[in-house]
Design a protein around this ligand. Structure first.
Ligand code: BGC
Length: 472
């Protein structure tokens, strides 16, 4: 995916306090609610070693290929007919909920609706395999030891193709198995990422589905329907889902550029609404991608974004399980800073914590004041690594950021720090002859050894580990 920046000069506070229109340079210098409140002093003070929820110790060791209870989405006894199901599956009767000897049974209800709270955050076994491949390549014992620690950290499971859905049952089975072993809630984290005309403002993550090749039908029938069926068959566990990174923010600021035309925008709206509606199940917690401070941080952009989010949620029938929004997905923007070397272009949001406060206000103005946030901190540990805020591709010098943690504080309704982008997965190829080569991946700040987006990039993983802040 490519997270872009759209520059709109607006000399306004990070959060426009409602009421006055924050027009570019037009004295919109309000006393925005988000600015003071969003000037966090605590973001750097989270001790990852004491974080209960975010510090899983054993969850990385489940082999999904051997996990019992495998559910074949096409034959599973927990089958839910995606065309007729209301999505309300009774967790006590679901096939995939069985097998627990916990007494009392694990109560998967999320405290205050936050799926990351009071839970073990499930580590993707596929990620552990990738990390192991890097451990096998290094000889430095101290570095190896740091890499071992990464195997205890949750990263998201990306459903970036129809084919990737094949591995979803085993992934969720493994999380459930751990839950049954620990007798405490285990939260899985997935990313829904296969829209037709995906990544319209860039090339590196262009997807397999296209509107002019039956893309909408294929997305709904071959992608969302089986995901729905599998999630429904796993109703005895918590599943957090990040919905379609970059898509709605691209409509807010990049319409008319590259391949972001009107048809694509409408396709994004319709299909995101469809996904939200279909995946509306009580044990699933949906977080719509909401860009980052260097993209929708300008008040005008915030408003546009919030309006689009509200329209799409409404079009989906306002599903009860849209918990909120995910910010900074796969980006490098820090939680808070004021000393980046790049020009901040009058963007009053200095980092993700400010930005969450600002978006919370903008969303409130659209009637979405009840929404919560998660921030991707997987690679935002180090600042001053790029010449422009818009650089999103394998930035040299990046380091892992805050460890996943529920209720970290520091911003409005912040559910958790999460690692959505698995550090070590490439953002895009540096091969100028590749079909999906994007110019951003050829810039001086971008590591020129990079493979295709999503492919394991050992050298970059080493970099992210070495530069981790807080250190591993
Ligand atoms: C890629 C996906 C990949 C994801 C996680 C995205 O940039 O396009 O294919 O799964 O990153 O690494």
């Amino acid at each position: 995916m490519a997270t872009s920046v759209a520059v709109i000069l607006a000399f306004a506070a990070c959060s426009d306090d409602g009421g006055s229109e924050a027009t570019a340079g037009a004295g919109g210098n309000t006393s925005g609610a988000g600015v003071g409140a969003g000037n966090p002093t605590s973001s750097g003070n989270v001790d990852p070693t004491t974080s209960g929820a975010g510090n899983p110790t054993s969850s990385g060791n489940v082999d999904p290929t051997t996990s019992s209870g495998n559910v074949d989405p096409t034959t599973s006894s927990g089958n839910v007919d995606p065309t007729t199901s209301s999505g309300n599956v009774d967790p006590t009767t679901s096939a995939a909920s069985g097998g627990s000897t916990c007494s009392p049974a694990v109560d998967i209800a999320a405290p205050s609706g936050n799926p990351f709270a009071n839970a073990r955050l499930f580590v993707d076994p596929g990620y552990v395999t990738k990390v192991d491949s890097s451990i096998a390549k290094v000889t430095d014992a101290a570095l190896k030891a740091k890499m071992e620690k990464v195997k205890e950290i949750q990263t998201a499971f990306w459903l970036d193709t129809i084919d990737a859905i094949k591995k979803l049952p085993a992934y969720l089975d493994a999380a459930l198995k751990l839950q049954n072993e620990l007798c405490e809630p285990v939260t899985a984290l997935i990313v829904v990422y296969d829209l037709p005309n995906r990544d319209c403002h860039a090339k590196a993550s262009n997807g397999e589905l296209h509107l002019n090749e039956n893309g909408t039908q294929r997305y709904q029938q071959e992608y969302i329907a089986p995901i729905k069926q599998i999630l429904a068959a796993h109703s005895g566990q918590r599943i957090a889902a990040v919905i379609e990174p970059d898509s709605l923010p691209n409509i807010a600021t990049n319409l008319g550029t590259e391949n972001c035309d009107e048809a694509t925008a409408q396709g994004y709206r319709d299909n995101v609404a469809y996904a939200l509606k279909e995946l509306n199940m009580p044990h699933v917690y949906q977080y719509i991608d909401a860009a980052h401070s260097g993209w929708l941080g300008w008040p005008d952009n915030q408003k546009k974004g919030a309006k689009i989010f509200a329209e799409v949620i409404k079009a989906a029938g306002s599903p009860a399980n849209v918990r909120g929004f995910a910010t900074n997905v796969a980006n490098y923007t820090q939680l808070s800073y004021s000393t980046e070397k790049y020009e901040q272009q009058s963007n009053p949001c200095y980092g993700e914590l400010d930005y969450v406060d600002a978006m919370a206000s903008a969303l409130s103005a659209e009637g979405l004041g009840d929404k919560h946030f998660i921030i991707d901190t997987s690679r935002n540990g180090v600042g001053n690594i790029r010449d422009d805020w818009g650089y999103w591709c394998n930035n040299i010098g990046a380091g892992m950021g805050q460890r996943p943690k529920a209720n970290p504080g520091g911003a409005t309704n912040l559910d958790a720090y999460v690692w959505v982008k698995p550090p070590g997965d490439s953002d895009g190829t540096a091969d100028k002859n590749a079909k999906r080569f994007d110019a951003f991946c050829g810039y001086a700040n971008a590591d020129q050894r990079a493979p295709e987006a999503g492919v394991w990039f050992h050298e970059y993983f080493v970099e992210c580990v070495k530069n981790a802040n807080p250190p591993l």
